[in-house]
Design a protein around this ligand. Structure first.
Ligand SMILES: NC(=O)c1ccc[n+]([C@@H]2O[C@H](COP(=O)([O-])OP(=O)(O)OC[C@H]3O[C@@H](n4cnc5c(N)ncnc54)[C@H](O)[C@@H]3O)[C@@H](O)[C@H]2O)c1
Ligand SMILES: O=c1ccn([C@@H]2O[C@H](COP(=O)(O)OP(=O)(O)O[C@H]3O[C@H](CO)[C@@H](O)[C@H](O)[C@H]3O)[C@@H](O)[C@H]2O)c(=O)[nH]1
Length: 430
């Protein structure tokens, strides 16, 4: 099938590569000339394990091309996926500007019947509106069929998630669209859920809401664990073995960040409030999450005292390991607060480079974690990169000024570090 993906960000590029790998003829379109120039040269412009290799293969097989020519891209393809961003407006509602622009662009250049598939995460009711936005934008009267096909991949694991999803959800009022999209995914061996566009939109928000709820739930339990001297990792394990609960998303720590959970939960709460059905559990989930950085910093101050002039080593900038994405990363409020308290902040991340505004504010970065840690009064772990577990902590013990580790991801071996006479604290992990 000839497929166009409009928007070549994390989702669009990953799906372009994966759909080409399934044998389809795929075009990736973006308005960002730099991104397209990079992809045309065969260079993935973001960090995502495995995607570069599959990109190389698909370009070589001539199944995949990238362009900024919207007219040609729309005219030459039959199935048009929308994979543009849906960021938050200041009131929490999703900003649909990019979706509307993509729909208008399709309408403007459409020359025959098209199937339009919204893959971006959009508020309930949006997919139905896309049809109107397309039809209003152009002269061509050939019909369009619209569908919603939410994406569930995680950054850092995008390729595996896209190749082997737990389910594929397709929402449409059109049998033809439902059948065509099912066909397109015929090589995928997973359950298919067919529903309405609103059903598909709601499944996406409810899924992210529930996963975030698991995280905030275990984070509250972790605070109680701190008080009662219980190891929250044992609690997560003990709970997770119950099949009705499941082991995933019960890792206590600094809470959730990233480009999805924070914005999607804000949007879901906005929609619920606007419809006078407030989601009270989810609003608490957001509050708990917001509090996590302060909770860890209070531990730091209790142990180290005033942070003025203290050397603080921050390990990890990315919102999770195996990605270079720092959108809504918890490292940001942590660094911000450390600067406000006049600490000297040095950071390390295996793949992320500090943005210029942080450097202007005096934050230092070093690619050698030992140099970051050297002479520190406190080490704060923000991202559970496996590299931090692999550090030679005996060596670290010799080079720090004050041996204190605050493990915001409960990733290190507490016993081993205590034996090395570190003051070690996790979250709910005594
Ligand atoms: N990142 C994830 O892990 C993830 C997972 C599942 C779902 N989603 C959802 O998928 C959507 C995309 O997310 P992302 O992280 O890939 O976003 P992104 O910001 O990385 O990429 C969006 C891309 O769309 C391009 N774009 C904007 N308007 C365009 C237009 N009119 N024509 C062509 N290109 C245009 C932008 O230049 C950008 O490259 C969002 O709705 C997000 O919530 C994201
Ligand atoms: O037990 C856990 C699991 C995750 N996190 C944090 O939660 C955030 C999100 O992690 P994750 O869900 O793995 O990454 P995302 O790429 O944000 O993926 C989420 O958001 C995507 C965009 O909607 C969805 O497609 C995915 O299904 C959904 O998992 C990160 O900050 C993690 O550190 C925890 O604190 N504890």
């Amino acid at each position: 099938m000839k497929i166009l993906l409009i928007g070549q960000g994390y989702v669009g590029t990953t799906m372009a590569v994966v759909l080409a790998n399934a044998g389809h003829e795929v075009t990736g379109l973006d308005i960002d000339h730099d991104k397209i120039a990079s992809l045309q040269k065969g260079k993935l412009y973001f960090y995502e394990p495995g995607v570069q290799k599959m990109l190389d293969k698909q370009l070589e097989a001539n199944r995949l091309q990238f362009t900024t020519d919207a007219r040609q891209a729309v005219v030459n393809n039959d199935i048009l996926f929308i994979t543009v961003g849906t960021p938050s407006l200041s009131n929490g509602n999703a900003d649909l500007t990019y979706i509307k622009n993509a729909a208008k662009m399709i309408g403007q250049y459409k020359n025959k019947k098209k199937i339009i598939v919204v893959k971006s995460t959009v508020p309930v009711g949006t997919t139905e509106k896309v049809k109107d936005w397309v039809m209003e934008a152009g002269e061509d009267t050939a019909p369009v069929e619209v569908a919603m096909n939410p994406e569930f991949l995680r950054e850092g694991n995008a390729l595996q998630d896209a190749l082997y999803p737990d389910r594929i959800v397709i929402g449409s009022h059109s049998d033809e669209a439902l059948e065509t999209i099912h066909q397109l995914y015929q090589q995928w061996n997973c359950p298919f859920i067919k529903t309405t566009p609103r059903g598909a939109e709601m499944i996406k928000y409810a899924s992210n809401g529930f996963l975030a709820t698991k995280i905030s739930f275990i984070n509250e339990i972790a605070m109680l664990c701190d008080k009662l001297e219980v190891n929250v990792r044992d609690v997560s394990k003990g709970m997770g073995l119950d099949k009705r609960i499941g082991p995933s998303f019960l890792e206590a720590g600094l809470g959730y960040g990233g480009s999805c959970f924070p914005k999607d939960i804000k949007e879901f709460l906005w929609t619920a409030n606007t419809n006078q059905i407030p989601l009270s559990i989810l609003s608490k989930v957001e509050q708990v999450n917001h509090h996590q950085p302060d909770y860890l910093l209070d531990k730091v101050k209790k142990q180290v005292g005033s942070l003025t002039g203290k050397n603080v080593a921050v390990l990890g900038l990315a919102f999770k390991p195996h990605t270079d994405d720092t959108r809504e990363s918890v490292s940001i409020p942590i660094i911000q607060q450390l600067l406000e308290e006049k600490a000297i902040v040095t950071v390390h991340d295996p793949v992320v480079n500090l943005e210029a505004n942080w450097i202007e504010k005096g934050v230092l970065q070093n690619n050698d974690p030992y140099q970051v840690i050297k002479e520190s009064d406190a080490i704060i772990i923000c991202t559970n990169w496996p590299q931090y577990e692999a550090l030679d902590w005996k060596k670290v013990r010799k080079i720090v000024r004050h041996p204190a580790i605050f493990d915001g991801r409960n990733m290190l071996n507490a016993e081993q570090l205590s034996e090395l006479r570190f003051h070690y604290e996790g979250i709910g992990y005594p």
